[in-house]
Structures are given as C-alpha cells and as structure tokens.
Ligand binder design. Structure first.
Ligand code: C5P
Length: 299
C-alpha cells in the first residue's frame, strides 16, 4: 500500500451521439461513439481519517465537495464493496470543463475508483470495476477504459472500436449545461416525431478507424446538438467562428456547452484556437489529440 496515489484520466468527445426515445426509467438508449482526448484531470487519493474532497483549477468553485461528488461516491462504493471505511482524502486537479459535455465529473469518478483501489491495495480487475462505474454514471465506464469505444444501452455497455490519430480544438463556454436538461429539451423537440432506434454509423466507424480527418469530418453527428443550441443559441456563433477559421468540422461535445473542432494537424489546431480566442465567442480553448489512454495510475 502507498500513502498517496495519483490517477490521470482523460476527457471525451462523442464523434457520434445517436439518441433514441426516452425509456421508462427516464434514460435514453444511445449509440454513442466515445473518443478519449488528451485533456486530463488528476485525482490524488491520500489516507485520511474521513472522506474529504478538495479541488483546484479555474472552475474549482463549481465542483461540489460533498458526498454527491462522483469521486466521493466512487470511494464510498468501492469501500463498501471491500468492507472498508472510506477513509480517504481526494484531491481533484481539474482541467476538464465543469458541466461541459466532456465527462469531467465521470472522469473524476473513474479516477477516484482506480486511485482508491490502488491506495487500499485491492487490485480489483478492470472487469469488476466496470459495473461500479456503470452504477456511478453512464459515461464513467468509458472514462476508465479510454481509447475509442461504442457505448450502447444508456452508454455504459462498451465495445472497443478502432481509431486513428486525430487533432482537436475545444472551446470552453461560460457556464455549464445540465445534462438532464439537455435530454429533456431533446424530448421536447422530438415530441410528435417517430424517433429511430439509435445505431452506430458504419461510415463513421470506418472514418474513425482510417485516421482520415476529411472522412471523419463528413460523418460527425450529435443528436443532442439541436437541444444544446436551443438552450444556448450563442453556441452557433462559436461553431461558426471555428469553421470560418478552417476547422474541418464543428460540433457540440456531448450535451455541451463545450464545442469541438476537428482539424487537420497541430498547425491548424493553433490557428483555429487563436481565432476562437479572438472571436470572443468562448471563454477559453484547449488543443488535444485522440485517442487518449483511459484512467492510469501515475504514482
Ligand atoms: O448516467 P448519468 O447519471 O451521467 O446521466 C445523467 C442524466 O443524463 C440522467 O439522469 C438522464 O437525465 C440523462 N441521460 C439520459 N440518457 C442517457 C444518459 C443520461 O437521459 N443515456
């Protein structure tokens, strides 16, 4: 056992997010092609008398530090399963936008699970951690495994898919969007319409595997985008600023409000990021590559 364990965990973008009708349990069936990107949070678990959470980073004040925090819930869940007390201090170094549609909270949940598992010397196999992740949230299993995967069910049933390297720019918006609110807006916009069963696009999966950014740009699709734009119309200006600057494609990341721009290479990434910053249509930008590894112990 070590005194302290740090886990690094990536953000995600959904290159396809096909959304079905609301289920009786309130969730939506998805065909969700997740891609992990090189924008990371770090969670450090340290032995402590009781369960406490601290957070640093630009939006740290928006992260709940009580037991509703997904990292705290992960520690409690793992401790209960192992018959231990959740005596751990969790420190989150936050870079992933908060409530931004990049699975930042889910990432912290997956990272805390792995960090506590190592701190407590449990050595739980990944296949036994995945059901705990699914209980924590629909996106948490993917945060643990990273890479590229198709998520079905409510997004928690993962099948790895092939992905070549791609370059991205992410524009962080002022303020977050509530995921449940975006799904509710999706339901409102879909009223009276037949919603097809969500299915992964073969063309998108082929483009993702090929590493051809033009092919991927032509197939990116997010069914939550109209709902996110309806709740935050100004995102249209951000999307336009990125495509005007030469992005191959622009889309809302997951439930938003972060927007994602696919670019050809690192030079294009710098140019698009600079144009977005100058446009005053977003708060800040990040450049990143994909696919990124999932949650990993650093120390
Ligand atoms: O699974 P998670 O707790 O992250 O989901 C947050 C919320 O997003 C859910 O309570 C639900 O309102 C919505 N959601 C959904 N369908 C999904 C995933 C999430 O409606 N497949």
């Amino acid at each position: 056992m070590s005194a302290s364990v740090t886990v690094r965990v990536p953000a995600k973008v959904n290159v396809q997010l096909a959304v079905g009708a609301a289920r009786p349990d309130g969730f939506h069936d998805l065909a969700n092609v997740f891609l992990a990107v090189s924008l990371y949070d770090e969670v450090t678990a340290t032995a402590c008398d009781s369960l406490t959470v601290t957070c640093e980073g630009r939006d740290a004040d928006q992260v709940p530090l009580d037991r509703t925090n997904l990292a705290a819930r992960a520690a409690q869940m793992l401790a209960a399963r192992a018959g231990l007390a959740p005596s751990v201090h969790l420190h989150i170094a936050k870079n992933i936008p908060v409530a931004g549609g990049m699975a930042g909270g889910s990432a912290d949940g997956a990272a805390a699970l792995l960090a506590c598992d190592a701190l407590w010397g449990l050595d739980t196999p990944v296949e036994d951690l995945l059901p705990l992740c699914a209980e924590l949230g629909s996106d948490v299993p993917f945060s643990l495994v990273g890479g590229a995967a198709l998520g079905t069910g409510r997004g928690e049933i993962l099948t790895p898919v092939a992905a070549g390297p791609f370059h991205w720019v992410f524009a962080v918006a002022d303020g977050g969007l509530s995921t449940p609110a975006v799904f509710r807006e999706f339901d409102r916009l879909a009223e009276g319409r037949e919603i097809p069963v969500p299915q992964a696009s073969p063309a998108l999966l082929a483009a993702l595997a090929s590493g051809d950014p033009d092919a991927l740009a032509a197939t990116l699709a997010n069914d939550l985008q109209p709902a996110a734009l309806s709740l935050r119309p100004s995102l249209a200006d951000t999307l336009a600023a990125g495509t005007d600057a030469g992005a191959l494609a622009a889309l809302v990341s997951g439930s938003g409000p972060t927007t994602a721009f696919l670019v050809r290479d690192p030079e294009a990434a710098s140019k698009v990021a600079a144009a977005l910053e100058a446009s005053a249509t977003c708060r800040s930008t990040h450049t990143a590559t994909s696919p990124a590894l999932g949650a990993r112990v650093l120390s």
